[in-house]
Ligand binder design. Structure first.
Ligand SMILES: Nc1ncnc2c1ncn2[C@@H]1O[C@H](COP(=O)(O)OP(=O)(O)OP(=O)(O)O)[C@@H](O)[C@H]1O
Length: 277
């Protein structure tokens, strides 16, 4: 298996506040890796750092090696080219990513044009292929539809069509299915899984949903307060968590509902001290 992304001693500060403490992990081609942890643990900051989309007031140290390139040293225009082409990102709220007054076919075509496809005929054909592939055509959705005519799950399918348009090798999915009902969520995740397999695309799955992570992610990174507390094979972590924080996280989630966001967990002080050691 080849490594598509290596995060090496990555740390992020906002002024003198440490948002992410030095962390390292690798993502292999075609692999789904989940990042989880309670609110404020730094998951979205990690995703934004990888995408080169940190706010201006943030500074970054360490390395982000993507397809053998050190992203830190790339100029913004090269980074812009990489985003969408080689690294794609999908978010929870599709209406912020979709233009409400443009037909979805035109929006998918815009993505193709932006990333280098020029022939009108090719663009139209590829747009149709993408709509077919994400299951919208068979649901009766055409290129002419506007976003407001679609359900939440269908909008996420449009975003997936745009995300995979240029066959990226990494898809960053930040709470992508959180707003969907359980059945739609499962359907979208099965589609993501299929697309990842077909394109040998790695998926960085940021989620609070431990049930979803256990089902779809081969590896998992558990974060707390800007640090990785435990990482490795998902099944191994779920069956035999080695860190007290992970143990507490999993035991609390067993009592909560699968779709409830994780909240700060009341772990006894003694466990905290051990966890920090
Ligand atoms: N502009 C900023 N300046 C200073 N601190 C910030 C800024 N933006 C975010 N933070 C802090 O960075 C930390 C990590 O935030 P981040 O959004 O990455 O967490 P998260 O794990 O994605 O949370 P959630 O699950 O709620 O989305 C939080 O403590 C947050 O308050």
């Amino acid at each position: 298996m080849s490594v598509v992304l290596e995060v090496r001693d990555l740390a992020v500060q906002a002024g003198n506040i440490d948002i992410l403490h030095p962390m390292s992990f690798i993502v292999e081609a075609g692999q789904t890796i989940a990042v989880t942890g309670e609110s404020g643990s730094g998951k979205s900051t990690l995703a934004r750092a990888i995408m080169g989309l940190l706010p201006e007031e943030f500074s970054l140290t360490g390395e982000i090696i993507f397809e053998n390139q050190n992203l830190k040293s790339l100029p913004e225009n090269t980074m812009r080219h990489l985003r969408g082409n080689r690294i794609a990102m999908v978010f929870q709220e599709p209406m912020t990513a979709l233009n409400p007054i443009r037909r979805i076919g035109n929006q998918i075509a815009d993505t193709l044009r932006l990333h280098g496809q020029t022939s009108g005929h090719d663009i139209k054909a590829r747009t149709q292929t993408l709509l077919d592939r994400v299951g919208l055509t068979k649901a009766g959705v055409s290129q002419k539809a506007y976003p407001h005519m679609l359900s939440g799950g269908q909008r996420q399918r449009v975003l997936l069509a745009m995300a995979i348009a240029c066959r990226p090798s990494l898809l960053v999915a930040d709470e992508f299915t959180t707003a969907l009902d359980a059945r739609t969520q499962a359907e979208i995740m099965v589609l993501v899984e299929e697309l990842a397999r077909e394109n040998n695309m790695a998926v960085l799955l940021i989620s609070h949903d431990l049930g979803l992570i256990r089902h779809y992610a081969k590896n998992t990174v558990i974060m707390r307060n800007g640090r990785i507390v435990e990482s490795g094979d998902t099944e191994q972590i779920f069956t035999a968590p080695s860190h007290p924080y992970t143990q507490a996280l999993l035991s609390v989630s067993l009592h909560g509902t699968r779709h409830e966001p994780l909240r700060p967990i009341p772990v006894p002080a003694a466990i905290y001290q051990e966890a920090e050691a």
